[in-house]
Design a protein around this ligand. Structure first.
Ligand SMILES: NC(=O)c1ccc[n+]([C@@H]2O[C@H](COP(=O)([O-])OP(=O)(O)OC[C@H]3O[C@@H](n4cnc5c(N)ncnc54)[C@H](OP(=O)(O)O)[C@@H]3O)[C@@H](O)[C@H]2O)c1
Length: 293
């Protein structure tokens, strides 16, 4: 039995589609099973929450492999970024060891270090340490920014583009190697095999290196709404988004913690090597967004 967390997310939904098509026995740890859509009848469901580590025990019964994708880039009413990404992963690893799990595949992020400026990447770094220290076959997958047409960021941008100018946070110079969510999901499959390729860390990157500004321009072009960008200085973005979050709580359309992630480069010098080791040749962003001609 494989336990998949984050099955309703960008990568998880695509991975789950592949797993159910291959008739693999899967259990999903979810907060709300309705968000699994049609797949919910093809999997076992364990109700659980990253903010409720005791829920992990039940979910892990009889499990040999965990793919831990669930994560949060903003605080939730029941847990902070640190609790949901750092402490929850540590607790899940402990529960997995106790349950006799063999392999633990953990999704971190490129550039996660304990001294990063963002709370999210610091929490991921601590989570990586917990996973690597465990008495399990640990695999860390560290992607650059992941995208798919219609994902929440593209949707937010295309709404913002109803205005004649689109604001972007900071100088827009942070650099990424965006990788398509379908390619990321495909990369996970060989890691589940009886014999996996052998490394314990895979850095997943697409073939392009693009700045935040360039990514925003491509997404706006794909939405059919090219717009001039207005660079808003970081202190103004930070103050505005913190005030919005204080007012709207979890309904805030964007938070400072999310915006700050777009000021930190996520690059690997390995380029697409690791994806290719996993049998995937990542698509360029322009071709996924059908902007080739
Ligand atoms: N997207 C990127 O650019 C990117 C970049 C680097 C690394 N990563 C990492 O790659 C992994 C997959 O990313 P993704 O983009 O597919 O994530 P995503 O679309 O944001 O999905 C997050 C998933 O986590 C679940 N989740 C959130 N809070 C939860 C909680 N309190 N309890 C249980 N489940 C919870 C969500 O479930 P609900 O349906 O209940 O909300 C959803 O299934 C994550 O670990 C992420 O940190 C992503």
């Amino acid at each position: 039995m494989l336990l998949l967390t984050g099955a309703t997310g960008l990568v998880g939904s695509r991975l789950l589609r592949r797993l159910t098509a291959a008739r693999k026995p899967v259990r999903c740890l979810v907060r709300d099973p309705r968000r699994l859509g049609e797949d919910r009848v093809r999997v076992q469901i364990a109700l659980g929450d990253l903010a409720d580590p005791p829920s992990f025990r039940n979910a892990l019964r009889g499990v040999t492999t965990v793919v831990h994708l669930a994560a949060a880039i903003r605080d939730q009413p029941r847990g902070s970024i640190e609790e949901l990404n750092g402490i929850a992963t540590w607790r899940m690893v402990q529960a997995a060891e106790a349950a006799g799990v063999r392999r633990f595949i953990f999704f971190s992020a490129l550039g996660a270090t304990a001294h990063d400026r963002t709370r999210f990447l610091r929490a991921k770094a601590l989570a990586e340490e917990a996973v690597l220290a465990a008495d399990l076959e640990s695999v860390i997958v560290a992607p650059s920014i992941i995208y798919a047409p219609g994902d929440p960021f593209s949707t937010l941008l295309s709404r913002m583009a109803l205005a004649p100018i689109v604001p972007i946070s900071g100088n827009g110079r942070a650099r990424y190697q965006p990788i398509w969510a379908e390619d990321v999901a495909e990369c996970v499959l060989p890691l589940l095999g009886a014999v996996r390729p052998g490394e314990d860390r895979y850095e997943l990157a697409g073939p392009d290196t693009l700045s935040y500004t360039e990514i925003t321009e491509l997404l706006l072009a794909a939405a059919g709404r090219p717009r001039p960008l207005l660079r808003v200085p970081t202190p103004i973005v930070s103050r505005t988004l913190r005030a919005t979050e204080a007012l709207l709580k979890s309904k805030a359309p964007a938070t400072w913690d999310e915006a700050e992630l777009m000021e930190v480069s996520m690059l690997t010098s390995r380029g697409t090597t690791d994806a290719q080791i996993l049998g995937v040749r990542p698509e360029p962003m322009r071709s996924v967004l059908k902007l080739d001609d």
